[in-house]
Design a protein around this ligand. Sequence first.
Ligand code: XUL
Ligand code: CO
Length: 438
Amino acid sequence: MSEYFKGIGNISYEGSKSDNPLSYKYYNPEEVVAGKTMRDHFKFGLSYWHTLCAEGVDMFGEGTADKSFGAACAMDHAKHKVHACFELLGKMDIDYFCFHDRDVAPEGATLAESNKNLDIIVDEIEGAMKQSGKKLLWGTANLFSNKRFVHGAGTAPNADVFAYAAAQIKKALEVTVRLGGTGYTFWGGREGYETLLNTKMGFELDNMARLMHMAVEYGRKIGFTGDFYIEPKPKEPMKHQYDFDAATAHAFLQKYGLMGDFKLNIEANHATLAGHSFQHELMYARENGLLGSIDANTGDLLLGWDTDQFPTSIYEAAFCMLEVLKAGGFTTGGLNFDAKARRGSFDPEDIFLSYISGIDAYALGLKIAAKIIEDGRIDKFVEDRYASYKTGIGADIVSGKVGFVELEKYAIEMGEVATNKSGRQEYLESLLNQIIIG
Ligand code: XUL
Ligand code: CO
């Protein structure tokens, strides 16, 4: 089999003193942190679409990175991409990958032909997985690129489009089950609106739920035991997307009776587009038992779109891993890098360098998160902040023993609130730095 990334060997842990750019400085897969190896904590994933498909095209310019892999035709290209993918997974020591149906195999002239193309490439993927031991984290269907989805997929005003989307999800689920994927993701890139003048919002949301119920019913029937995920994103490509953020997706799942089968796939840059921090979305998901999987990346705070950059902020990585640790770790999910090298970083080597930057940042983030928990001062501060609910009137509020009448009596007798304590934000921020640096 041909080697696609010649001259680049296996990326291994060389420690923080190494000046070899093609090595991990902090990610030591077998090192135990907080009771588990780093490998098991992260379950790092590679995004097929960015890594094997994205060539650096933007709104104003053509591709800059050559990802043709010497292919002669579309199906040949698809096969080369499979083997390039597994070479990358092997060389970078990444255990998982994620894909959309159309990332791996080209769309045919008909749905039947698209399905046939997919089967041929999935055979190839299955063979490579058996040989390498690499695993599928989650699969999904691309229900946004083709122009048939211009007005949505499950939320399209045209029932034929709904039917097409359902058929595509059916196949993508079959493929996910066949490859042993533990997650199936719904990212509703076109499930939203451009103007409310032509939109029946309630009906569209009902239909989106109908599509998801069908997916659950069929998925369970064919042996899918993993989690379905909603990946919230507030906008882009649509002006408004229904899965706006974690709380909106939670309300949708509750209203339509989908809790239990669904969790959330939280993406960093989607959180910031929704006006939240990444940690906010993760904490919301964790507190509601919905933290399923993560698309790690970062945006640029000076830009208002989804730049899908590799994450390098150790603060952000630490806050993320703090939530993951507090959730008890991933079950079905993992940490997929929904990220790509910048358009100006077009050498094949940049694929390796960008993954190394993200993986090392998260290795540091994990260590910091474990230190924060072990140190305990921040958690203790937070516990103490709510101590008034442990005894007296606070305990009575929590246990439901008192209502408005009793609270009015209490407040009148109390007079004025005597003791509000400082929130100590600046102290906590400097304590955090102290914990990080030691
Ligand atoms: C788009 C995005 C998607 C999903 C999968 O912003 O994040 O790539 O992760 O459809
Ligand atoms: Co994503």
